[in-house]
Design a binder for this molecule. Structure first.
Ligand SMILES: [Zn+2]
Length: 68
């Protein structure tokens, strides 16, 4: 997978994560919107993946050192 393909993959993953995160969040009391106890373990996992893909995208966008 080259950098361009990976960047597109990571961006798609981030969009999916953002969409899924809209289904979670504090829903009053001690519950997440998904019905699990808050903080929801799914949110923690999604946020970890989001950080991972954001970091990968940042590194992918770094200009590559020239080798002349
Ligand atoms: Zn949840």
């Amino acid at each position: 997978m080259d950098a361009t393909v990976f960047a597109a993959y990571a961006a798609a993953q981030l969009a999916d994560i953002a969409a899924i995160l809209t289904q979670h969040g504090p829903a009053g009391g001690a519950c997440c919107a998904c019905g699990r106890p808050h903080p929801c373990p799914h949110v923690e996992t999604l946020l970890r993946y989001r950080t991972h893909y954001q970091r990968c995208l940042t590194q992918t966008r770094q200009p590559q050192p020239r080798v002349d």
